[in-house]
Design a protein around this ligand. Structure first.
Ligand code: NAG
Ligand code: NAG
Ligand code: NAG
Length: 332
């Protein structure tokens, strides 16, 4: 298996000042690794420098989707014309570049939306409100908001890209950003619900632990921040590009070049680099998650993991990325 060095995506400008984001995040990752290693009684000083995963081409990744969808009995690329347009809640249309983008919160979506806005030539300094419907102010639309025929034509003819991330790492990230981060409004809503549910009562300042959160997700509480990637319908509609949050540095260059957005890359690169870093593969947050809960989580995320080439070793708590299981290609 190719060891995956996951990128930590930290939407941190409100909390970490952008200019020192790299520094602070670096520290937090090192700290996290130390805690983890101490927990497992491993010698901290032996930590090797991050190795880069061997990247798959988009073609290899698409082949991975195809074979995993086939094995799951879900491959229907040949009759995707029958798919309902309204079932694509988050497919963004870039008419200028004839591109459809399927992205998710907590999978580099903000970075990609900025790429699109800059490439549209409509970027204005200081205007950053691109989440949700904000993006529509720049002339982008969502596929499901178009008349049926226009939507279908675009679905047929435009190139399609999806951005994915290791589902379990994304879960950890959602927990950290939404339920641990000091200023997150989710702490007083979802966080409170979780604590009431599993501890009976909530006291001001209580934080939901990761295993409580995992339990909550496992019993069926969904949210866009940990939704599965299946709303992109990868088994129904063939994607042309599959980008990973973990490898966005390499992937973005590739897609930018292919789509002729290359001119804009350096500026965005500089901006975005504050948020993305290599991270250890170790998801130590899973240490108190029971096998039963983990199995339930797999019920939700196993298909996503298979389709996009992610895996998790539960006894080691290690997340990894490889297409080997479905295509034999040992790349990420
Ligand atoms: C797609 O086509 C197959 C046979 O070619 C058919 O069995 C299946 O029902 C079709 N799917 C949809 C969603 O209509
Ligand atoms: C697991 O449980 C132990 C004992 O309650 C606690 O000290 C530790 O912080 C927990 N680990 C995580 C990742 O929640
Ligand atoms: C998990 O990792 C351990 C140690 O590397 C290995 O022995 C075990 O076979 C792995 N389990 C799975 C399911 O891959």
């Amino acid at each position: 298996m190719v060891k995956l060095r996951l990128f930590a995506k930290i939407f941190a400008c409100g909390i970490f000042i952008c200019s020192c984001g790299i520094y602070l995040s670096g520290i937090s990752l090192v700290t996290q690794r130390r805690v983890s290693n101490r927990d497992h009684g491993v010698d901290v000083s032996s930590t090797a420098p991050p190795e880069k995963p061997q990247l798959c081409t988009h073609k290899q990744r698409i082949k991975g989707v195809e074979s995993a969808c086939k094995q799951h009995g879900e491959l229907q690329w040949h009759n995707s014309s029958q798919v309902s347009i309204s079932s694509f809640p988050n497919l963004l249309v870039d008419d200028k570049h004839q591109l459809l983008y399927c992205g998710f919160p907590k999978a580099a979506s903000t970075s990609w939306l900025k790429h699109f806005v800059r490439a549209s030539g409509k970027w204005e300094k200081g205007q950053m409100s691109i989440r949700g419907k904000g993006i529509e102010r720049y002339g982008f639309k969502h596929l499901h908001s178009l008349p049926e025929k226009e939507a279908r034509d675009r679905l047929q003819t435009y190139r399609k890209m999806v951005v994915v991330r290791h589902p379990l790492d994304r879960l950890v990230s959602a927990w950290r950003d939404k339920l641990v981060m000091k200023d997150s409004p989710y702490r007083k809503t979802i966080g409170k619900n979780i604590i009431r549910k599993f501890r009976g009562s909530y006291n001001e300042g209580d934080l939901a632990s990761f295993d409580e959160f995992a339990n909550f997700v496992a019993i069926g509480f969904s949210n866009q921040h940990w939704a599965t990637f299946r709303s992109c319908k990868p088994c129904l509609v063939r994607c042309d590009y599959i980008s990973r949050t973990e490898t966005v540095e390499q992937d973005s260059g590739d897609i930018m070049a292919v789509l002729g957005l290359g001119d804009h890359l350096p500026a965005i690169h500089a901006h975005r680099s504050a948020g993305l870093h290599y991270m250890e593969t170790d998801l130590w947050q899973f240490e108190n998650v029971s096998r039963a809960i983990y199995d339930k989580l797999l019920g939700i995320y196993q298909a996503d993991m298979d389709i996009f080439g992610y895996g998790f070793n539960f006894s080691q708590k290690t997340a990894y990325c490889s297409l080997q299981k479905f295509t034999g290609d040992d790349c990420c």
